[in-house]
Design a protein around this ligand. Structure first.
Ligand SMILES: Cc1ncc(COP(=O)(O)O)c(C=O)c1O
Length: 474
């Protein structure tokens, strides 16, 4: 492809992209292809000769699109959103065009300095302590792993990095039973061991119980373990419960433990001053992560990780082979020392585009609107005798289930709710996912799509009521 062909295709694809967004509601939200269906349409060997772009794009439409789940559809209510936006897509187009690999300051000074400033902007937008330092990671899973590695190294005075665990083998990490599975993954990768992750029970609102946390730590000390780190969750994946940070932070302070805060989804709500209660006590914590790629209209991937002790972070990860030495070391941020990977995408650009293009006020309005719609849905569920709310709705996730008066058996309720979810998703009109709360099958309706409006949620709720099976047959 030469430059003028590239220009032509870029224009055509820009049109296709705009068409896609114009018509996004005509696609089934959740792809309904069968396992292996896409694979079977792909040639098993690569082409020896070049193929025409028009053929490649027509195959994209014919083979790939049917296997896509439309995360940007306003009727996507599954998991948590990975919402994007037009300004963010434009930035990604530029990022791809530049193709810059931003491992150190020298490899693109603008990328490093924009990242530094974007992290400062996010810090002030969310109310995180001004003395903390931020860096963009790919995901919250990576950020939590980075936090655990730092906690481990700081505890061992960086000895584990140097000589391995030796006789340090009884480290313990604590989180609630509702914490995300990425904590468990991080504990495994960090060499701490899954059995050394203590899952503290929650209260009736699925928040970590600080008294039980304190007891677990004290008991572990008596039993000869070494408590290392606590991971508090603001906005758990199952039901967006918010752990009581201030009380947890005091326990960590008492026992001198690293406190990492996982606000992967809920962190975006900190843009709203009325949500600052979620981070009361944050100054006692050590690290914090939230994903602008979940709810802040910034395309995947973009995870904002903040630390109190920048030196401990760098000391944990820095490594300096001859071929990476530059003349500006110490004067600038070389972000390859702030995390696991060496090569880094230029992710700060999309944050810059998003924050400037929307402005903080509009971002706040959009987030507030999602929360308002979620509260509206909560009220509809409460008003409908055959449905029930399964957890408080502090943010924009509504957890509910169908519970007609004719059924009281938990197993049957679980089954009919699983079936209801299957039927809803099979329509292609909406996509929801589920969790289990206290063993009870729960439908999760997560409202956070960039293009999701009240009308979409109202239509979804009508569909849910319509497909609920009623009492006949039970
Ligand atoms: C609370 C919480 N933490 C961590 C994660 C993992 O996020 P990521 O996909 O960025 O690793 C999720 C994902 O939904 C989450 O809900």
């Amino acid at each position: 492809m030469n430059n003028s062909e590239f220009r032509e295709w870029a224009h055509r694809l820009a049109d296709n992209m705009a068409d896609y967004y114009e018509n996004i509601e005509t696609y089934p939200v959740k792809s309904n292809v069968k396992p292996g269906e896409i694979l079977a349409q792909l040639p098993s060997a690569p082409p020896a000769e070049n193929e025409d772009m028009s053929q490649i794009i027509s195959d994209f439409e014919r083979i790939i699109m049917p296997g896509i789940t439309h995360w940007q559809s306003p009727n996507f209510f599954a998991y948590f959103p990975a919402n994007g936006s037009y300004p963010s897509i434009l930035a990604e187009m530029l990022t791809a065009s530049l193709g810059a690999q931003c491992m150190v300051w020298d490899t693109s000074p603008a990328a490093a300095e924009l990242e530094e400033m974007m992290m400062n902007w996010l810090k002030s937008m969310t109310g995180l302590p001004s003395g903390w330092h931020g860096v963009i990671q790919d995901t919250a899973s990576t950020s939590t792993l980075v936090a655990l590695l730092c906690a481990r190294e700081k505890y061992s005075d960086f000895a584990i990095n140097e000589t391995g665990f030796n006789d340090i083998n009884k480290l313990r990490v604590y989180c609630s039973s509702e914490a995300h599975s990425s904590v468990e993954k991080a504990v495994k990768i960090a060499g701490i061991g899954r059995k050394n992750l203590v899952k503290v029970a929650t209260d009736v609102q699925y928040r970590m119980d600080p008294a039980l946390l304190r007891k677990a730590i004290a008991d572990d000390i008596v039993a000869g373990f070494t408590p290392l780190c606590v991971v508090a969750a603001l906005g758990t994946t199952g039901c967006t419960s918010v752990d009581p940070l201030d009380e947890i932070a005091s326990v960590c302070e008492e026992f001198k433990l690293w406190l990492h805060v996982d606000a992967a989804y809920a962190g975006t709500a900190l843009l709203l001053p009325e949500y600052s209660w979620m981070i009361e006590g944050i100054e006692k914590a050590d690290s914090f992560v939230f994903n602008p790629h979940k709810w802040m209209f910034t395309n995947f991937d973009c995870s904002a990780y903040f630390v109190k002790d920048k030196e401990a972070l760098i000391h944990t990860f820095e490594i300096l082979p001859e071929y990476l030495k530059t003349g500006n070391r110490g004067l600038v941020n070389d972000y390859r020392d702030w995390g696991i990977q060496l090569g880094r995408r230029f992710r700060a650009l999309k944050l810059w585009f998003v924050i400037r293009s929307f402005g903080v006020t509009q971002l706040q309005e959009m987030i507030r609107e999602h929360i308002r719609i979620a509260r509206w849905l909560e009220q509809q569920v409460i008003a409908q005798p055959d449905f029930e709310i399964m957890a408080p709705v502090p943010l924009s996730l509504v957890c509910f289930r169908y519970r007609p008066s004719c059924i009281i058996d938990t197993e049957i309720l679980n089954k009919i709710n699983a079936e209801l979810l299957g039927k809803l998703n099979a329509t292609g009109r909406i996509f929801l996912t589920h969790t289990k709360l206290n063993g009870q099958y729960t439908l999760r309706m997560s409202i956070g799509g960039t293009h999701t409006t009240h009308k979409h949620v109202e239509q979804a709720w009508e569909l849910i009521k319509e497909l609920a099976p009623g009492c006949s047959g039970f």
